[in-house]
Write a protein that binds this ligand. Structure first.
Ligand code: ATP
Length: 352
């Protein structure tokens, strides 16, 4: 199913939860709505499901207007963060529930439940009750239940929010495999960038009820459209700077910028892995802290006239030879971007 959303708006009182949102999801793809808490992701999803009505705008399913369709006839499967399984029903009864209420013939329900048990790796657990399952298993039952009536669209709201990190990682990989097998157009909400990037074909980055960027994970990582996107995705250093032509100046840093930025005051944004530093006197910065975790070292240095900068290195990098707190270093930036200064206020990355 191809989904098209045009100029969707939803207010709660004076508050614009969804503010002129337009996007398309191609048939069979898996798309993430990623953004901070309260940015409007769930509201967009609920409007698509027909659980919430938009104030204005249009939703199209396969070219047919769906804006005013009742939730029950949209052909949408929905999975929530909290499994919302029926406690008094077994796994098999939970999975078959949507088919039973549609009065599907009993033998057909049994067949479909069996297929879904196999697909979701739950065979053998069909007679258990939800209280006898782990969090990951419960969430797989919730997914199987949503898939049972063969929905045209699967909507998932923070589906793995309630399980621990390890199970979450397993469920992510499993969701991707399941999606590739079943091929149902799916949209899932998450505030976890790693989850969005590792699972989805495209990511819609939502902020203050608007889509800041719609792209593949690589496009969003390599070419953040706005300062918000650059800051939200990965660790970045941000400095007030002056841009002229293709260079930005901030204190002792003078760097070439990628893409275009208007001349004048700007925010210079540098990812923590897009720079090198090495011991050199006088150099441009003084090392403040070095923290090792696993095979990585995080170096924090104070750049003359600019502020603190954070860089990540492999632990055995030859660049780190002789680098220690208090020493002077040279800094080379490999990739940097600049965004108009007025677009958002500058909150420097906290020096920790
Ligand atoms: P989270 O990740 O925390 O779930 P979200 O990005 O999914 O956040 P929404 O749940 O869509 O955000 O909420 C967007 C904004 O709209 C929030 O500020 C929320 O408080 C507000 N909001 C959502 N539903 C209602 C409602 N029924 N009445 C009033 N305000 C609401």
């Amino acid at each position: 199913m191809h989904i098209k959303v045009e100029h969707l708006c939803k207010r709660f009182g004076d508050f614009a939860a969804v503010d002129d949102v337009s996007f398309e999801v191609s048939d069979g793809s898996l798309v993430a709505l990623l953004g901070p808490s309260g940015s409007g992701k769930s509201t967009i999803l609920r409007i698509l499901a027909g659980l919430e009505s938009a104030d204005s705008g249009q939703v199209w399913f396969d070219g047919e207007p769906a804006t005013d369709l009742h939730a029950r006839v949209r052909g949408v499967g929905f999975v929530f963060q909290h499994y919302a399984l029926f406690r008094h029903l077994t796994v098999a009864q939970n999975i078959g529930f949507g088919l039973d209420v549609r009065r599907v013939e009993k033998s057909a329900v049994r067949k479909r439940v069996k297929e879904l048990l196999a697909l979701t790796g739950l065979s053998g657990l069909e007679q258990r009750y939800p209280s006898q399952l782990s969090g990951g298993q419960r969430q797989r039952v919730a997914l199987a239940r949503a898939l049972a009536p063969e929905p045209k669209v699967l909507l998932l709201d923070e589906p793995f929010g309630a399980v621990d990190a390890k199970v979450r990682e397993e469920l992510r990989q499993w969701l991707r495999r399941l999606h590739d097998e079943v091929g149902v157009t799916s949209i899932f909400v998450t505030h976890d960038q790693e989850e969005a990037f590792s699972v989805s074909d495209r990511v819609l980055l939502v902020n203050h009820g608007r889509i800041e960027q719609n792209g593949t994970p690589m496009e969003i990582l390599d070419d953040p459209a706005t300062e918000f996107v650059a800051r939200f995705v990965g660790e970045v250093n941000v400095f007030p700077a002056t841009v002229r032509d293709d260079r930005a100046q901030s204190g002792a840093l003078n760097v070439r910028i990628k893409g275009s930025a208007p001349s004048g005051l700007a925010h210079l944004v540098i990812r923590s892995y897009d720079l090198k530093l090495w011991r050199e006197d006088p150099g441009v910065a003084t090392v403040q802290r070095m923290v090792t975790f696993g095979d990585r070292v995080r170096v924090q240095a104070l750049v003359d006239g600019a502020g603190p900068i954070i860089a990540h290195f492999p632990r055995r990098s030859s660049l780190l030879r002789g680098v220690e707190p208090g020493c002077r270093v040279q800094v080379e930036v490999t990739t940097a971007r600049a965004y108009p200064a007025e677009a958002s206020s500058l909150h420097p990355i906290a020096a920790t």
